[in-house]
Design a protein around this ligand. Structure first.
Ligand SMILES: *[C@@H]1O[C@H](CO)[C@@H](O)[C@H](O)[C@H]1NC(C)=O
Ligand SMILES: *[C@@H]1O[C@H](CO)[C@@H](O)[C@H](O)[C@H]1NC(C)=O
Ligand SMILES: *[C@@H]1O[C@H](CO)[C@@H](O)[C@H](O)[C@H]1NC(C)=O
Ligand SMILES: *[C@@H]1O[C@H](CO)[C@@H](O)[C@H](O)[C@H]1NC(C)=O
Ligand SMILES: *[C@@H]1O[C@H](CO)[C@@H](O)[C@H](O)[C@H]1NC(C)=O
Length: 255
């Protein structure tokens, strides 16, 4: 009896070891064959107007407002060369983007800056941007000025991000619309939307967590003040030209 229990427990041990080995092997294979492991994911906690879903070699972002989905295919998967969607319901992109353009006529460039992505922004439609860094890249010729009335011009880029969506769109246009959210934190969480296009989920999550912590702390301070001038925590918006605007992801206390 004692021998049978020891033999069954040793075969149990062997099974555990082989399962661990198999897991390690599969994870190794997965890491080698795709740039992002499925563990590096972003989840929306506060924003309600987009959702992210993960497969092994692709991701899907769904925009709740227009019902449109973006199928993001990892560049090293077989699907990347074979699959292309461009319909009113679904568009496909190959990721991670090696370059992109943005409709900076009205676009929150700070999101891109916080993700460290300005270096791969190759086209803009206006120089009214709050980011000094983006302006410098434009001045030194790293970024090209494009004509926003000619959507086909942007097709040379991995994606063209726009925030004003009522314009003629080509197949690689991606609607980035944080302003549809009601609350500041929800808007800030759209940084995860951009992170997904470049496999920077880990960084996007970290930036968002820091913003959220800062915001909640300020909110608490504001709530604990009793003076007749009660401070509020505000979402900053920067207007350079009347129509061009840039959102600043820092919150401030106003008295
Ligand atoms: C995925 O997450 C791991 C652990 O945080 C990190 O080491 C790795 O760099 C991440 N990969 C990507 C592509 O973000
Ligand atoms: C996929 O993207 C990565 C990161 O940009 C790049 O290093 C790699 O060469 C690309 N692979 C293919 C097959 O295009
Ligand atoms: C932009 O394109 C439109 C439509 O083709 C054209 O009418 C306009 O002159 C162009 N603007 C500039 C500044 O080139
Ligand atoms: C942008 O990246 C694509 C590959 O995704 C490449 O074919 C194209 O030449 C690049 N364009 C610019 C302007 O860097
Ligand atoms: C604010 O006022 C309430 C009631 O007037 C009081 O209980 C509370 O301690 C005050 N808080 C602070 C931070 O002064």
């Amino acid at each position: 009896m004692s021998s049978s229990s020891s033999s069954s427990s040793s075969s149990f041990r062997v099974q555990i070891i082989s399962v661990l080995f198999l897991c390690g092997y599969l994870q190794g294979a997965n890491a080698a064959s795709s740039a992002v492991t499925v563990r590096n994911i972003s989840k929306t906690e506060d924003a309600v107007n987009f959702h992210i879903y993960y497969g092994q070699t692709f991701k899907v972002i769904k925009n709740v407002v227009d019902g449109k989905s973006y199928l993001l295919i990892q560049n090293n998967s077989r699907m990347a060369t074979r699959t292309k969607y461009c319909t009113s319901r679904i568009e496909s992109f190959v990721i991670p983007l090696s370059n992109y353009s943005a409709d900076t006529y009205s676009f929150p460039v700070s999101f891109l800056e916080l993700l460290g992505l300005l270096g791969s922004m190759k086209g803009i439609t206006s120089d009214s941007m709050a980011s000094e860094c983006a302006l410098k890249l434009y001045d030194t010729g790293e970024i090209e000025m494009m004509n926003r009335s000619e959507p086909q011009q942007f097709s040379e880029f991995g994606a063209h991000f726009i925030s004003v969506t009522d314009q003629p769109q080509a197949c690689n246009f991606a609607n980035f619309v944080p302003l549809v959210e009601e609350y500041p934190l929800q808007r800030a969480e759209w940084i995860k939307f951009l992170g997904v296009f470049v496999n920077l989920e880990t960084r996007a999550n970290k930036v968002y967590d820091a913003i959220k912590e800062n915001y909640l702390c300020l909110t608490k301070v504001a709530a604990s003040k009793n003076g007749s001038f009660k401070p509020i925590v505000a979402w900053m918006q920067y207007d350079s030209v009347s129509i061009a605007q840039d959102l600043n992801l820092h919150f401030f206390l106003y008295f």
